[in-house]
Design a protein around this ligand. Structure first.
Ligand code: ACO
Length: 376
């Protein structure tokens, strides 16, 4: 039997493909989208511009950006059968389960957008544009409220907030969400993007790839961590209790959500930016409770384990202060990462090679088959 080389559990440090989309400098704590530092994008850009950058590999001109904004705003409407499907879902269903099911169902009604290859840019824009309406409708229907009509005059971030809350957001709130959407839009070969690329590498369609990605993002080791962070804050209650609660968890070998990262060996630059926003939005709302608790937790975890915060530590506090319910955090993540997923799928189609690694077989090879009737 041919022995493959060393097993890299979790594919750690395995370079699986070449990509122009995203670079993570794990030791320097930098994140780059198509050549641009995430700090510059977070300070100056918006979700639509970043989506353009990820899809086309360059920043848009003002005309190109205006065209894209108009196009995305025109793609917010839910098809009637999809609205019926949403209405038929149990009210207590997990939003990520509903989102995954609805994105999968959408493909049935939009076959032209699903064709693999260059044509998928239409699907990329459609999926990015429609996710806020899906999220908002999930939330409204479960509260016994009717779905809201799209508001094409709103930016992507303000439409997403309006779709969930049913009220207009002010400038600071819109900016806070826009920054969060920029920061979550891509992250190289994270688990959900890898899942999307594996699906696309079989020449399957974009909607299937995004469905795979949503299912992968759902896990608490990936997209679900910020929800658990907020649960931890509720458990801790006051900053003075952080030490005791966190140390007890570590003593039980529990993981503290929002800390550690496979690639960053220093602080995740997204955490640095979201920490500032957690404080800023907390000050604006007159509620620094989450920020103070998070700072206390951060201190204990760093001292005890030497771990740095990742993107999920502060994002939940920002979302909570924006009025986004906890179980919509991961769907909001999806509503941003969809830009990156689809950019990666488009890239995969351009340089297609079936992604199919190998396993080291550790079972026997010489067992003698016995007919079922003669087994004990
Ligand atoms: N809390 C406590 N201990 C931790 C944590 C943590 N958050 N993260 C890592 N460790 C410890 C592990 O227990 C392990 O210790 P050991 O060697 O004594 O057993 C060591 O650090 C290495 O951990 P691994 O799981 O091997 O590291 P990996 O690179 O696989 O982990 C991961 C990355 C999954 C993100 C991990 O840090 C973790 O579970 N973090 C908490 C979940 C989280 O915040 N996820 C969001 C990530 S960002 C995102 O996906 C958007």
């Amino acid at each position: 039997m041919v022995e493959p080389a060393d097993v890299q559990k979790g594919l750690e440090d395995v370079i699986a493909l070449e990509s122009r989309i995203c670079y993570i400098d794990g030791k320097g704590g930098r994140l780059i989208y198509d050549g641009y530092d995430i700090r510059d994008l977070a300070a100056n850009s918006n979700f639509e511009e970043v989506a353009y950058l990820l899809w086309y590999g360059r920043l848009p001109t003002s005309t190109q950006l205006a065209e894209l904004k108009q196009r995305l705003a025109g793609l917010r409407e839910l098809p009637a059968p999809v609205l019926r499907l949403l209405t038929a879902m149990p009210r207590d269903a997990l939003p990520m389960d509903v989102l995954r099911t609805v994105v999968s169902a959408l493909a049935v009604y939009e076959p032209d957008e699903t064709k693999p290859g260059e044509a998928s840019i239409g699907g990329a824009q459609r999926l990015s544009a429609i996710l806020p309406a899906i999220l908002g409708t999930i939330h409204r229907l479960r509260n016994g409220l009717p779905a809201l009509a799209p508001r094409p005059e709103l930016s992507h971030a303000s439409w997403l907030l309006y779709a969930i809350r049913g009220t207009d957001s002010n400038e600071l709130e819109t900016r806070a969400l826009d920054v969060a959407l920029i920061l979550h839009a891509d992250h190289e070969l994270n688990a959900s993007t890898f899942a999307a690329r594996v699906t696309a590498s079989t020449l399957s369609d974009l909607y299937s790839a995004v469905t795979s990605a949503i299912g992968t993002l759902k896990g608490p080791l990936h997209g679900g961590a910020n929800e658990r962070v907020m649960e931890l804050l509720e458990e801790i209650g006051t900053p003075e209790k952080a030490e005791e609660v966190v140390r007890a968890k570590l003593a039980r070998h529990e993981r503290i959500m929002g800390f550690g990262h496979r690639v960053y060996k220093v602080e995740d630059p997204r955490a640095t930016i979201l920490r500032e926003w957690s404080k800023r939005i907390g000050e604006a709302k007159g509620n620094l409770r989450y920020y103070d608790l998070l700072r206390a937790v951060e201190g204990v975890v760093h001292r005890e384990k030497g771990l740095y915060p990742n993107v999920d530590l502060y994002s939940g506090s920002v979302y909570t202060l924006l009025g986004i319910p906890k179980d919509l955090f991961t769907p909001v993540f999806a509503a941003s990462r969809v830009a990156g997923w689809t950019a990666h799928v488009l890239e995969e189609y351009q340089d297609l090679r079936l992604i199919r690694p190998t396993a080291r077989y550790v079972g026997p090879v010489d067992l003698v088959y016995s007919p079922i009737g003669s087994r004990g």
